[in-house]
Design a binder for this molecule. Structure first.
Ligand code: ADP
Length: 302
């Protein structure tokens, strides 16, 4: 493949007048989200990532241990779980973003369209070209709006029709109408929500297959969060989306599939993240198989 050898914030707290269970029921009310979120069983599943026995370490301590599951194409997959269970570590494994941390190493396999992402002949920069990432805090460069979106295109030599490519990416990120008449203005003058959509446009511009989002709305207000969530519904038509979120209602609204991670203790007293349950989002939130999942989604733990 081409990448071988050559990259409404809403509190999870229940409202004052409702229980945590009611809050979750509201979050997964089909009249709010269900119509937009077909069960992944209803759509053909194409495996994009196959994760096999992944253990990720910082130094000697495993941050996540023995994680195995498949992530499907044109689907939103949410990673949820308590703080410190390894959600960020896990999602960063999917595009080798942890490679830059000297103490990091991993065991097991991550197959991306059947290619071993950690293979010796796989160039991490090329991986990140196919698998883009958007972070918790919007991080536009101190450049113009246009130059932010064009940045990766220029580096990759995708300079033909640059203006059209930038326009297309801004339209896909639902930002074009707000910025089309000020493309030369500094990106830093945009609101937080606009900056985050700009970062999504920057990720989209280089035409990745996958977009990884690590708590993309946690620094945004409810209206900006809603627009990011709407955007995810649009983008999953064309991209595979994986999102880390601490906000269970957000997971229930946007994700087809949900992976619940939690923290387990080793015999030596160490603590590490594990995948407890992975299934259709509706099943995870209404009828989970594991008691630990039920305790978490009903607010009894975490
Ligand atoms: P989450 O995203 O679920 O909050 P993280 O993946 O950030 O969890 O962290 C999982 C564990 O890995 C935690 O114990 C955290 O302290 C540790 N960790 C995360 N990043 C690093 C790092 N760069 N160096 C050492 N330990 C880290």
């Amino acid at each position: 493949m081409s990448y071988v050898s050559s990259d409404m914030q809403e509190s999870t707290e229940p409202r004052a007048d409702e229980s945590a269970q009611d809050g979750l029921r509201r979050a997964i009310d089909p009249s709010q989200v269900g119509a937009e979120r077909p069960s992944s069983r209803e759509v053909a599943r194409e495996t994009v990532f196959r994760i096999e026995n992944l253990t990720a370490y910082y130094g000697k301590a495993p941050a996540v241990r023995d994680v195995s599951f498949d992530i499907y194409g044109r689907t939103v997959t949410a990673i949820i779980g308590p703080s410190g269970c390894g959600k960020s570590t896990f999602i960063r494994c999917l595009n080798r973003m942890n490679d830059v941390i000297p103490s990091f190493r991993s065991e097991g396999k991550i197959l991306f369209h059947d290619v071993d992402l950690q293979g010796k002949d796989v160039d991490p920069v090329s991986v990140r070209r196919r698998i883009g990432m958007v972070f918790q805090r919007p991080n536009p460069f101190p450049k113009s709006i246009f130059d932010n979106v064009a940045y990766g295109l220029r580096i990759l030599g995708m300079k033909d029709n640059l203006g059209d490519r930038v326009e297309h990416a801004l339209k896909r990120a639902a930002l074009w109408d707000e910025v089309s008449n000020r493309l030369k203005d500094s990106a830093l003058a945009l609101s937080g929500g606009q900056q985050q959509r700009l970062c999504i446009a920057r990720a989209i511009a280089i035409e990745p297959d996958v977009i990884l989002l690590d708590e993309p709305a946690s620094a945004l207000d409810p209206i900006a969060t809603a627009s990011i969530e709407d955007l995810m519904h649009e983008l999953k038509e064309d991209y595979t989306i994986v999102i880390v979120t601490h906000n269970m209602q957000q997971a229930a609204r946007v994700a087809n599939m949900t992976a619940f991670f939690s923290i387990s203790g080793g015999e030596d007293g160490s603590r590490h993240g594990v995948l407890v349950e992975y299934d259709d989002t509706e099943k995870i939130f209404t009828n989970p198989s594991e008691k630990r999942t039920e305790d978490y989604v009903t607010g009894r733990f975490g």
